[in-house]
Design a protein around this ligand. Structure first.
Ligand SMILES: NC(=O)c1ccc[n+]([C@@H]2O[C@H](COP(=O)([O-])OP(=O)(O)OC[C@H]3O[C@@H](n4cnc5c(N)ncnc54)[C@H](O)[C@@H]3O)[C@@H](O)[C@H]2O)c1
Length: 374
C-alpha cells in the first residue's frame, strides 16, 4: 500500500505520525512510504533519516494526492480541507464531535477517516490515547515541582526536601493513567503522594502496583476539601467518560490552600476539574488566582515531541500495519477496536456520537461493511 506521512501545520504542533523506525517496518513489508519534506523536523527526525529507512521524501501536494493511507497527528485544519478526497483513508486524532466544519468537510469529500481517540478495545481501553496520558501525567509532576520555585511565583519549596527537611506533598485527584504516571514521578522526586480515587477496584490495583508507597483515599467533596489544604502540588487527573470533567476543586477551596501552591489541571482538555482553570499554552503556561499558581496546558505532550512522537508511533504502528496489509475493509472486520475508530466511511458518518453531535445522518459501520473477516 502507498502510505503517506503529512507534515503538521497546526500552530505549535511538532509531532509527526511516523518515526523512521516505523517507516522501516512498513518499507520492509513491501509498502511504499511517502514522507512530506521536513515532516519530522519538529521531532528531531531529518528527511535523510526517513530516506535511509526506505521512505521517499515528497512534496505536500504529492503526499496528499498519491497516498492511499495518510497518517497525521492532528485533525486537518481549514487550509487542508481542499485536499480531502474520496478513496483516501486518513488515520489521525480527529475529535470531530466538537468540530462541525471538519465533520462536514470529511462527509462532503467522500473520504474514510479513522480517529485515534475512538479506537477502543473490548475491555474499553483507548490504546491510542493512553500514551499521551502517560506523558501528560509524568509532565504534570515535573511542572508542579518547577512552578513551586519562588522566582516563578511558587511557594519556594523543593519537592524532594533534603536530609533534615521534610519533602513536599503532592495530591493527585483521579488515579487513572494520568494520575498513576503523575504519582510515580512525584514519588521518584521524593514527594509524599496521596491519590484520591472514586473506583475501589482501581484503588486496589494501585495499592498492588505501588506497594503502599502512596496514600490511597476515597474521593469525596469533604476529602478533597481537607486534602487540598495540606498540598503543595495538586494534580487534577479525573475523567468521566463522555462527559465534561466535574468541577471538584472550587474557588472557595483555593482559600484553604497554601499561598504559592501549584495546581496542575491535566483534565483541562475536558473542561478542567478545577473551577478556576482555563486553558493555557506552552509559551504562557501559568497564571495565578487567589495566590495559587494554575498550570493548565491543554496539549501537554506537545511540549516533548521527541518522546510523544515515538510513544504515539509505538501505539499506532500495529493498526497502521493491519490497514496496510489487509486494506481498511478487511482490517476492521478482523479488529473490533480498529472498527470503533472509523468515524467516517466513504463520506458516511459511522460513529453515532459524531452524527448526534451535529444532527447529521448516522450509518452503522456494519450496514456498509461486512464485519466478519473474509
Ligand atoms: N492536558 C493534556 O495535555 C492531557 C493529555 C492527556 C490526557 N488528558 C486528560 O487527563 C484526564 C485523565 O485522563 P486518563 O487517561 O488518566 O483517564 P482515566 O480514565 O485513565 O482516569 C480517570 C480516573 O478518574 C477517576 N475519577 C472519576 N471521577 C472521579 C472523582 N470524582 N474523584 C476522583 N477520581 C475520579 C476514574 O475512576 C479514573 O480512574 C482526561 O481528562 C484526559 O483527557 C489531558
Amino acid at each position: 500500500m502507498r502510505i503517506g506521512v503529512a507534515r503538521e501545520i497546526k500552530t505549535d504542533e511538532y509531532r509527526v505520525a511516523l518515526t523512521p523506525a516505523g517507516a522501516r517496518e512498513l518499507a520492509q513489508h513491501g509498502h511504499d512510504v511517502l514522507v512530506e519534506s521536513t515532516a519530522g523536523e519538529g521531532s528531531a527526525f531529518l528527511d535523510s533519516d526517513y530516506e535511509r529507512a526506505g521512505a521517499r521524501i515528497v512534496s505536500v501536494d504529492d503526499v496528499w494526492a498519491q497516498s492511499e493511507l495518510l497518517l497525521k497527528v492532528k485533525e486537518p485544519i481549514e487550509p487542508e480541507y481542499g485536499r480531502l478526497r474520496e478513496g483516501l483513508v486518513l488515520f489521525t486524532y480527529l475529535h470531530i464531535a466538537a468540530d462541525e466544519p471538519l465533520t462536514r468537510a470529511l462527509v462532503d469529500s467522500g473520504i474514510t477517516a479513522v480517529a485515534y481517540e475512538t479506537v477502543e478495545t473490548d475491555d474499553r481501553r483507548l490504546p491510542l490515547l493512553a500514551p499521551m496520558s502517560e506523558i501528560a501525567g509524568r509532565l504534570a509532576s515535573q511542572a508542579g515541582a518547577h512552578f513551586l520555585e519562588k522566582p516563578l511565583g511558587g511557594r519556594g519549596l523543593l519537592l524532594s526536601g533534603v536530609p533534615g527537611v521534610a519533602p513536599g506533598r503532592v495530591l493527585v485527584v483521579g488515579g487513572g493513567i494520568v494520575g498513576y504516571n503523575a504519582a510515580i514521578i512525584a514519588l521518584g522526586l521524593g514527594a509524599q503522594v496521596t491519590i484520591l480515587e472514586r473506583s475501589i477496584d482501581r484503588m486496589r490495583h494501585l495499592d498492588e502496583i505501588l506497594s503502599g508507597r502512596v496514600s490511597l483515599v476515597m474521593s469525596s467533596t469533604l476529602q478533597i476539601e481537607s486534602s487540598v489544604s495540606d498540598a503543595d502540588v495538586v494534580i487534577g487527573a479525573v475523567l468521566v467518560p463522555g462527559a465534561v470533567a466535574p468541577k471538584l476543586i472550587t474557588r472557595e477551596m483555593l482559600g484553604v490552600m497554601k499561598k504559592g501552591a501549584v495546581i496542575v489541571d491535566v483534565a483541562i482538555d475536558q473542561g478542567g476539574c478545577v473551577e478556576t482553570a482555563r486553558p493555557t499554552t506552552h509559551s504562557d503556561p501559568v497564571y495565578s488566582v487567589d495566590g495559587i499558581i494554575h498550570y493548565c496546558v491543554a496539549n501537554m505532550p506537545g511540549g516533548v515531541p521527541i518522546t510523544s512522537t515515538k510513544a504515539l508511533t509505538n501505539a499506532t504502528l500495529p493498526y497502521v500495519e493491519e490497514v496496510a496489509e489487509h486494506g481498511i475493509a478487511e482490517a476492521v472486520a478482523r479488529d473490533r477496536a480498529l472498527a470503533r475508530g472509523v468515524n467516517v466511511l466513504h463520506g458516511k458518518i459511522t460513529y453515532e456520537a459524531v452524527a448526534e453531535a451535529h444532527d447529521l445522518e448516522y450509518t452503522p459501520l456494519d450496514a456498509v461493511l461486512p464485519l466478519t473477516p473474509a
